[in-house]
Design a protein around this ligand. Sequence first.
Ligand code: ZN
Length: 118
Amino acid sequence: MKDEKPPQNTDIKTIAVIVLACLTGISAAFSVVAAVNGFWVEFGVCLALAVVLFTVTCPLAYEGDTYQCPHCGRKFRVNPYVLLFKRKSKCSDVNGESVKYANLTCPDCGKEDMCKRL
Ligand SMILES: [Zn+2]
């Protein structure tokens, strides 16, 4: 079976996603603190920043992910904003490598099942 792992930039991408996710969380937390204390301008700025960071981080986190339908074998890509809210699971295969699954609807056969990430 062909190894489809992307080259080295995966590590940089992973780090970027973690940093951006932390910044999103911090911005969201600051906006809550600002709102509680009545600083509405700061609340708006922090909330806007959190939303912008989220819209950047989410597609980056799932960029290039391809899933395969267990029923018809069709390989497809999913909208990252949709994928974020889908049930996901992770398990190890016989080689000890982790395999990720997501509960998705196949665009070809229309069945909803746990699709394997390739
Ligand atoms: Zn299918």
